[in-house]
Design a protein around this ligand. Structure first.
Ligand SMILES: N[C@@H](CCC(=O)N[C@@H](CS)C(=O)NCC(=O)O)C(=O)O
Length: 208
């Protein structure tokens, strides 16, 4: 039995998309980030989402969760099986989690980086630029490819949807990034992606 803790808008959307794409049965629990339930904090004292409870055992971090889901449902091909392609897929996901996500955090939540409120505007602006540059790199990677790893959907496509959602909410325009914009549209046509976005009440569905 898999329980999935998430909130919206958050990076837990990456796991949410993968759960739906893989057709894995799960029980979703939406949490209030300002009032996290003890059920979540007991499993994961950091209180972050995504958190899975797998038969009561906690699993955190998108990259690890996506790898676990691939192992659980190998026929869903969330990760490529060829070793080098698989490593490249995990490499992209790690960059999303450790660099792109953190650039956005710097942009949106400069208070994480300094208690000095006078420094926040500069920290945020540097984050905005780094986030924009990361989106440009994702756009470049999608040149000539419908999906991050090439022709087929993989788990690597789930994390960029988190960034597309955050960009929309923060009025970061994707219009100059034609490949990313087209990718976003392609993802929005996938029934599994729509199920995840619908459950989250995502504004991305309102826009398409
Ligand atoms: N590296 C983690 C990031 C987890 C994370 O920081 N999640 C955020 C939401 S995007 C969170 O739960 N923040 C709430 C909090 O820290 O209170 C992953 O990719 O799963």
């Amino acid at each position: 039995l898999i329980t999935f803790f998430y909130f919206s808008p958050a990076c837990s959307l990456a796991t949410h998309i993968a759960l739906e794409e893989a057709g894995i049965a799960f029980s979703p629990v939406r949490v209030d980030p300002r009032n996290k339930p003890s059920e979540l904090l007991t499993l994961n004292p950091r209180g972050t989402v995504p958190t899975l409870a797998v038969d009561g055992r906690p699993l955190t971090e998108n990259v690890a969760i996506l790898d676990y889901l691939d192992g659980l449902a190998p026929s869903s091909a969330l990760l490529p099986t060829e070793p080098f392609a698989r490593a490249r897929c995990v490499s992209f996901l790690s960059w999303c989690a450790t660099s792109v996500h953190i650039a956005f955090r710097q942009f949106a939540r400069p208070g994480y980086f300094s208690p000095d409120t006078g420094a926040h505007a500069g920290i945020s602006e540097a984050g905005r630029l780094a986030f924009g540059e990361a989106l440009r790199q994702i756009d470049e990677r999608l040149e000539g490819n419908p999906y991050v790893m090439g022709d087929a959907f993989t788990a690597a496509d789930a994390y960029p949807m988190v960034f597309c959602q955050w960009a929309q909410l923060r009025n970061v325009s994707l219009s100059a990034l034609r490949n990313l914009e087209a990718f976003r549209g392609r993802m929005l046509e996938r029934p599994a992606v729509r199920r995840a976005l619908q459950r989250e009440g995502s504004p991305m569905l309102a826009q398409d």
